[in-house]
Design a protein around this ligand. Structure first.
Ligand code: CP
Length: 307
């Protein structure tokens, strides 16, 4: 039985021990009836979450806000720079100092890798990284693991195909370090120019994580338990011509999943990489995955915001 969680900030999945991950996944299970509005919770009555989103978001921001409110707390903050004093030139450090005067924890999404770590070292309330450029997205990783575990039963012995933008995708940069804590096999499916960065592959080798590098989708999904699709992220390409070369490279259709029981996951938003006809299949797990963000983020907020 895992009894405690000792992280003060949620910045990178690499800060987690396996016992921390397992603790959050177990606690998330207990949060599900509250997340579904079947029970009412007052654990964080009177507490305020400060959300600072410098980049667009639908799921992460709204599921954090839902999580805090389901715990009995409330939310302040902003979802774009417009309308804040950032427009007058206020720097991230100062804005975070101000939010830390008002709130009991900060959730930060920023376009600069390392932004959340920097803020966590400069305020005296807990900080959660809600995505820092091409860096990390640790809370997405925890909800991804929670989805795999609750749908398949366990995380050990899984075969996982991770598809799409592996170069710039912060969700997959986080996810692979968490998967490496378990006995899994990963297929990285991407065009050569969007493959997983070599330094991450080096780390995975040192962690004895089994993986292969692939470039084609359809002949690599028959023997896997999870197909984790990602969007090729136009906004991260320095050169639009490079984006045009890889755009639309992988597209999963219902016909490709005949006699295949793999669950299909995606951090979302999708563009064209999963056809709408996949949505009606039992394989499609991405909307449930998005719901799972609520109990998982409730578990995280409950753990870091002290009573
Ligand atoms: N998965 C994810 O981070 O989605 P949003 O960008 O909508 O928050």
């Amino acid at each position: 039985m895992i009894m405690s969680f000792n992280l003060e900030n949620i910045i990178s999945i690499r800060d987690f021990k396996k016992s921390d991950v397992d603790y959050i996944l177990d606690l998330a299970d207990e949060m599900v009836p509250i997340a579904k509005s079947q029970q009412v919770c007052h654990k964080k009555d009177g507490k305020l979450l400060g959300v600072m989103f410098y980049e667009p978001s639908t799921r992460t921001r709204l599921s954090f806000e839902t999580a805090m409110k389901r715990l009995g707390g409330d939310v302040i903050g902003f979802n774009q720079k417009q309308g804040t004093s950032v427009e007058k030139g206020e720097v991230l450090y100062d804005t975070a100092q101000i939010i830390s005067q008002y709130a009991d924890a900060i959730v930060l999404r920023h376009d600069m890798a390392g932004a959340a770590r920097f803020i966590s070292q400069n305020v005296d309330i807990p900080v959660v990284n809600a995505g820092d450029g091409p860096g990390q997205h640790p809370t997405q990783t925890l909800l991804d693991l929670y989805t795999m575990k609750s749908e398949i039963g366990e995380l050990n012995n899984l075969k996982i195909a991770i598809v799409g933008d592996l170069k710039y995708g912060r969700t997959v940069h986080s996810l692979v370090y968490a998967l490496a804590m378990y006995n899994v096999e990963i297929k990285f499916i991407a065009p050569d120019e969007l493959q997983m960065p070599p330094e991450i592959l080096d780390d995975l080798r040192k962690l004895n994580c089994k993986y292969s590098i692939e470039t084609t989708l359809l002949d690599n999904i028959d023997d896997v338990d999870v197909i984790y699709m990602t969007r090729i992220q136009k906004e991260r390409f320095p050169d639009p011509k490079e984006y045009a070369k890889v755009k639309g490279k992988y597209r999963l259709k219902a016909a490709n999943l005949k006699d295949n029981d793999a669950i299909v996951m995606h951090p979302l938003p999708r563009v064209d990489e999963i056809n709408f006809d996949v949505d009606k299949l039992k394989n499609a797990m991405y909307f449930k995955q998005a719901f799972n963000g609520v109990p998982v983020r409730m578990a995280l907020l409950d753990s870091i915001i002290k009573d």
